[in-house]
Design a protein around this ligand. Structure first.
Ligand code: DP6
Length: 353
């Protein structure tokens, strides 16, 4: 038999950040996190997988047209084998199922954005991979999206959240097996359809400390991270859930910006310190703070929230009706910066396309 499946998955941007692992092999985090899944128009990965008896050299994978070594262990291998194992079990139970779990796979994955931009390409990539293999192997009746998120998590932690659309929590879990470390839906995108994200690409250069290495250096050396894990994130997760439930942009903005700053403070508290934001990133923070201050003074409440991941690019959240003004203000104050800015609606999670 020849079986082919194609799925796509969008990028997600955390408003409560994941930073630190308690288990680096299983990718189990030191704290819960919460993110917003973007729509698929601007930032997504599309993956096609094909199982074919005539494939001679075993499993192979192409990323944006370039072949990548899958290897015998490591994150890619783990994701593939987790999916294959479930299919194998299904075939053993039900003799009428086609025996495809043993067939070699050819996998081809493309991003519709430059990987170099450091815009969470591993999150959409591993989510699309797992969604595609789940479709190929027909895993859906047996496994739901939270189950599949555990496979994507082992590819890249943040990828587990892209299995869902809208507002998504990754609960860190407590079990050593990782069985309770999975993504769950906090609210579907329809819950708050007017919330939008604006991505300001400050730099599309791929440089600095990769998040995988950076976060473990923080775990090993930062006393501030321990405070974040114990005293900061648990209360913030609760408050964020409530802000989303109530469509309370003011609280959503406060919590999002505070958590971005706390995460970057932990990066700075790492030895040696890690700097992800640059002068332009910080200038955008000041601009947003000033914009919000003026708005609050007029009795209107906060209107923009910023957040930064492991790089200098800003993601701004705001209500749809504010976006035009925000874009004009950003353009006014950064006339010489060629921001590749795109409006992003909130989107659905990984999906068959
Ligand atoms: C700052 O998911 O890329 O974007 O699990 O090692 O692959 P690995 O790390 P990754 O880290 C993302 C860190 C972050 C915050 C977040 O997305 O929650």
């Amino acid at each position: 038999p020849i079986i082919t499946a194609t799925c796509s998955a969008p990028v997600n941007i955390a408003v409560i950040k994941y930073w630190g692992k308690r288990d680096t092999k299983l990718i189990l985090p030191t704290n819960d996190s919460l993110s917003v899944t973007l729509d698929q128009d601007h930032l997504r990965s599309v993956t096609t997988a094909r199982a074919d008896i005539s494939f001679q050299k075993g499993d192979r994978l192409w990323l944006n047209g370039v072949e990548e070594e899958i290897g015998t262990e490591g994150r890619l291998r783990t994701c593939i084998e987790e999916c294959r194992k479930v299919r194998k079990g299904m075939e053993a139970k039900d003799g009428s199922l086609a025996k495809i779990s043993g067939l070699p796979l050819h996998i081809c994955s493309e991003n519709n954005f430059p990987t170099a931009a450091g815009l969470a390409s591993s999150a959409s990539g591993f989510a699309a991979l797992v969604a595609t293999l789940a479709a190929l192997y027909g895993l859906k009746p047996t496994l739901n999206s939270s189950d599949l998120s555990k496979f994507a998590r082992q590819g890249s932690g943040s990828a587990c959240r892209s299995l869902f659309g809208g507002f998504v929590a990754w609960q860190s879990g407590t079990e050593a097996s990782g069985d309770d470390s999975l993504a769950i839906e906090v609210a579907p995108r329809e819950h708050w359809p007017t919330l939008q994200a604006l991505i300001c690409v400050v730099s599309d250069a791929k440089k600095g400390t990769p998040s995988t290495a950076g976060m473990q250096r923080t775990v090993a050396t930062s006393p501030l991270l321990q405070h974040r894990i114990k005293d900061v994130v648990p209360a913030r997760m609760e408050a964020m859930r409530k802000a989303i439930k109530d469509h309370d942009f003011d609280s959503f903005a406060d919590l999002t910006m505070a958590d971005s700053n706390n995460f970057h403070a932990c990066a700075l508290d790492t030895a040696p310190p890690i700097f992800y934001m640059n002068d332009v990133s910080r200038a955008i923070v000041q601009l947003v703070e000033e914009f919000n201050r003026a708005s609050v003074a007029e009795g209107k409440g906060k209107r923009i929230a910023y957040t930064y991941d492991a790089g200098p690019n800003a993601v701004l959240y705001a209500e749809e009706k504010e976006m035009k003004t925000i874009l004009a203000v950003i353009r006014h104050y950064f006339p010489n910066t060629d921001f590749d800015d795109t409006f992003n609606l909130l989107g659905a999670g990984a999906n068959a396309s």
